[in-house]
Design a protein around this ligand. Structure first.
Ligand code: VG1
Ligand code: CO
Length: 543
């Protein structure tokens, strides 16, 4: 076994986005691409000599090959030990948990999350810090700077490490521990939730359908729902992870999880449906005939989390990303909880969680989580819902009805325009920025603009400042439209338009969100000139 230094040069476009560096898989497979980025992570965190890292991924195409490269590079650079999930698999929340319980110096997660996988689809890599959370901007900035200065990387010349067998192995002087990816995570879930109560609910005939979308949560959900909670076999569908996610798009929303939606709206629908994404950190919740929009899910969980043992002492506070609806703010106001508004991306919750200021966090993009790890956590959200339902005996629809009656409803929808021309998308955003001073007071499609600005965030814990985090247009009467360009896509630009309106009229709680938001949708289009600038007559995805 030999350690070599390979000469290289900076590769354009290695700037980490909302959640790590995502690229087409064939870009990642180009000579030096992966190696350059991994070396830049190592350089950005001050080297890995003597350190212990966690490594795992969502099992997508190239996951296994990338893992071997990362191990050879870590070994060549004096890393003391790497804890790897069996077959290089770890869901994102399980990786976060592993980093925390083993008190490692961080970890590398190989995932492009909800993006499709395969040789022609997407791959991704991100670094999580010792708190288990995605690296904050200060760290990703250093990694990016390193990608622009790189001249060489160190790697071992060696054969593949056996990652199929659980136990201790080594690569040169570096220890490798291959661990069961599910066990520790399942233990944590048992600590947080009343498994007996959920098992009783299931035993009494409560039917669940969990769609793993051929992605990483399959083994986790099978072990927990079918294994530990006694749900019948077949409760978990699409439960065998595949490198291309069965050719699908592992994004748990009504469009991509249509199979689940159809089942939940059928005559013999189960009581509770859920899905997760490629790397297991997102969740979609559906009752029988009742889709729960993620912003509402966060609010419902915030209002009821105390019913689960892990949260019986109540919540220290809650946090949501800026584009997420204000539904959780209403819960916080009524319950006297602190409520924080952060930029999009889980990395911004880390400090609030570490400082004990927030217990529950969420994003409109189907991400919900708590201080149990430092990532959002799909199965956790499913189990918290189940624990709550087991205690109060309600149906999902009843939960929503009661919630809206008590707190009011924030009608909400996100419209995505995918694969838009980058210049057109940036032009649209810039044109709105140029009108911040003149928009207030003007009327569009019957809505009068009350405010227009761009969100910026000052972290209350470390004082760091993050600018340009999304354009906000507020309307008189309380509605709003938010515009952002995605930081996770790999082709062109994705324009996200987040639409929200507040409803306190008890008689109007059950409208179709698209209809309830029709005026705001029209106003948003008129203000931004979406149709005109992008040439699209409607969004690709509505959640
Ligand atoms: C999207 C979501 C954001 C989420 C991020 C990572 O980012 O909007 O809320 O944190 O994906 O989630 P963007 O920049 O494309 O809007 V995951 O499950 O893809 O790690
Ligand atoms: Co994800």
């Amino acid at each position: 076994m030999e350690r070599i230094t390979v000469q290289t040069q900076p590769i354009e476009g290695q700037k980490p986005g909302t959640s790590g560096l995502r690229k087409k898989t064939n870009v990642y497979m180009e000579p030096h691409f992966l190696e350059n980025f991994i070396q830049s992570i190592f350089n950005g965190i001050g080297g890995v000599e003597g350190k212990t890292l966690v490594l795992g991924g969502d099992g997508r195409y190239f996951n296994d090959r990338a893992a071997q490269v990362i191990l050879r590079m870590a070994a060549a650079q004096g890393c003391a030990k790497v804890i790897v999930g069996q077959d290089a698999i770890l869901s994102t929340p399980a990786a976060s948990h592993m980093i925390r319980i083993r008190e490692t110096d961080g970890g590398i997660i190989m995932s492009a999350s909800h993006n499709p996988g395969g040789p022609k689809e997407d791959f991704g890599v991100k670094f999580n810090t010792p708190n288990g959370g995605p690296a904050p901007e200060e760290v990703t900035d250093r990694i990016y700077a390193a990608t622009k200065e790189i001249t060489s990387y160190d790697i071992m010349v060696a054969g593949d490490v056996d990652l199929a067998t659980i136990g201790e192995t080594a690569l040169g002087d570096m220890a490798i521990e291959v661990v069961d990816p599910v066990a520790d995570y399942a233990e944590l879930m048992e600590e947080l939730f009343d498994f007996d109560a959920i098992a009783r609910l299931i035993d009494n005939g409560f039917r669940i359908r969990f769609d793993a979308m051929h992605a990483v949560t399959g083994p986790y959900a099978t072990e927990i729902l079918e294994g530990r909670l006694g749900a019948p076999r077949g409760t978990v569908v699409n439960g065998t992870p595949s490198p291309d996610f069965g050719g699908g798009h592992p994004d748990p929303n009504p469009i991509w999880a249509k199979e689940l939606m159809d089942a939940m709206f059928a005559e013999d629908a189960p009581d509770f449906g859920a899905a997760s994404d490629g790397d297991g950190d997102r969740n979609m919740i559906v009752g029988r005939g009742a889709y729960v929009t993620p912003s509402d899910s966060l609010a419902v969980l915030a209002a009821n989390a105390h019913l689960a043992p892990g949260y019986s002492n109540g919540l220290a506070g809650v946090a949501r990303s800026m584009p997420t609806s204000g539904a959780v703010d209403r819960v916080a106001a009524k319950r006297g909880l602190d409520c924080y508004e952060t930029p999009t991306g889980w990395k911004f919750f880390g400090n609030l969680l570490d400082a004990g200021r927030a217990t529950l966090c969420g994003e409109e993009s189907a991400g919900t989580g708590s201080d149990h790890v430092r990532e959002k956590d799909g199965l956790w959200a499913v189990l918290l819902w189940l624990n709550i339902l087991a205690v109060n005996g309600k149906s999902v629809q009843q939960m929503l009805d009661d919630h809206w009656a008590e707190f009011g409803r924030n009608y909400y929808s996100r419209h995505d325009y995918e694969g838009v021309d980058v210049a057109a998308a940036e032009g649209l955003m810039d044109a709105m920025r140029a009108q911040f001073d003149t928009l207030p007071g003007k009327e569009f499609a019957g809505k009068v603009v009350a405010s227009a600005d761009e969100f910026a965030y000052d972290d209350p814990v470390d004082g760091s400042h993050s600018a340009n985090q999304g354009i906000r247009i507020g309307f008189e009467g309380g509605g709003r439209a938010v515009f952002r360009l995605s930081g996770t896509g790999t082709v062109g630009a994705t324009l996200r338009v987040y639409l929200e309106d507040v409803c306190e009229d008890l008689a109007a709680m059950h409208r179709d969100p698209q209809e309830a938001l029709a005026e705001i949708i029209a106003a948003a289009d008129a203000i931004a000139g979406i149709a005109e600038r992008t040439g699209r007559d409607g969004p690709d995805v509505r959640t």
